[in-house]
Design a protein around this ligand. Structure first.
Ligand code: SF4
Length: 323
């Protein structure tokens, strides 16, 4: 199918070929908003024994936690250090979102959450919160509290879902089902709270076709934003052991394969969903398998957009709304 760029009127209102998170945020705040990560010292129910032990088989939070996050430090100190770090790198952001990123950031009584979240919101320049958590770590009381906060601030809950297939969720020891995730999303949406979801492509036991078919399921979830990562095998994880013992069980994406796969996926994804990430890059020192060389996130986004232009395609081109 050949359609020239000029006649396309993308529903997200700008010329990029996907519904990009950076543009979405600029449309809300009129400027770049920088996330500042926080490790508030939480754990997860599939780590502490309440719903399993060992955590997700691929997980080593150290691989994704920025160096300025130290759970022993108070939230405000972590924000101060994060702002200093980002000012040095970009010198542009004027507003910040406190990103409760490490582990499950609603896995505590509401009083504990209040103290941590409100300390972050009181920090000068912080305009909102992103709260990363699991679908089984939320309940009505927490959602009611988060709803109240979101009347005055930008608040989004980011749910780790990882796969739409229960066989995969069991295999990677998530400790919750896809139905649990849908229930949490529906409850959150019913209160009008912003929410996003996170998925991983390349998990063991899934065929590429199964991964692609998730686009139709994800398209119908009540989410505003979504992040995708390719599977990376991280040192020190249970998955590293599995990978060493049975490498044939894994079908990891090369960069070239992922580029084509991800564009096919985007073509099938609901154009109303804002896409925040295409890939994840753990620092090379954490990787047990081979990485994709030294490609920065912005280079990867550029390469994907360039390839979409060559293919004259865009997010949602093949999306079919379920009746
Ligand atoms: S829920 Fe998140 S932080 Fe907890 S073990 Fe799984 S991947 Fe790691």
């Amino acid at each position: 199918m050949t359609v020239s760029k000029e006649i396309i009127n993308y529903p997200w209102g700008h010329e990029r070929r996907f519904n990009a998170y950076s543009n979405y945020f600029r449309s809300i705040y009129g400027a770049r908003v920088q996330k500042v990560s926080i490790d508030a010292g939480f754990t997860c129910p599939n780590r502490d024994g309440s719903n399993g032990t060992g955590g997700c088989t691929y997980c080593n939070n150290d691989a994704f936690n920025p160096s300025y996050c130290e759970p022993v430090n108070p939230v405000s100190q972590q924000i101060a250090e994060g702002i200093k770090f980002h000012k040095w790198r970009y010198n542009e952001a004027v507003s910040y979102l406190a990103y409760f990123q490490a582990y499950s950031n609603t896995y505590a009584p509401v009083d504990t959450l209040k103290k941590l979240y409100e300390e972050a919101l009181a920090y000068p320049g912080v305009v909102g919160l992103i709260i990363g958590t699991r679908p089984d770590c939320i309940d009505d009381e927490k959602l009611e509290y988060i709803k109240k906060l979101s009347l005055e601030h930008y608040i989004a809950i980011e749910y780790g879902i990882e796969s739409c297939y229960n066989k995969t969720l069991e295999r990677i020891n998530r400790g919750h089902s896809f139905e649990d995730a849908v229930r949490a999303l529906e409850k959150t949406a019913a209160l009008g709270i912003n929410q996003g979801a996170h998925f991983i492509f390349g998990l063991p036991g899934e065929t590429r076709n199964e991964m692609l078919e998730q686009a139709a399921t994800i398209s119908e979830l009540p989410i505003k934003t979504v992040k995708f990562h390719q599977l990376q095998i991280i040192k020190g994880t249970r998955m590293e052991e599995e990978f060493k013992n049975n490498p044939g069980d894994f079908d990891l994406f090369s960069w070239e394969e992922y580029l084509e796969f991800f564009i096919s996926f985007l073509e099938r994804l609901n154009p109303a969903i804002v896409v925040e990430r295409f890939t994840g890059e753990a620092p090379p020192r954490f990787l047990a398998g081979e990485g994709w060389g030294k490609k920065r996130t912005d280079q990867i986004v550029n390469l994907i957009e360039k390839r979409m232009e060559e293919l004259e395609t865009w997010q949602g081109r093949l999306y079919e709304k379920k009746k």
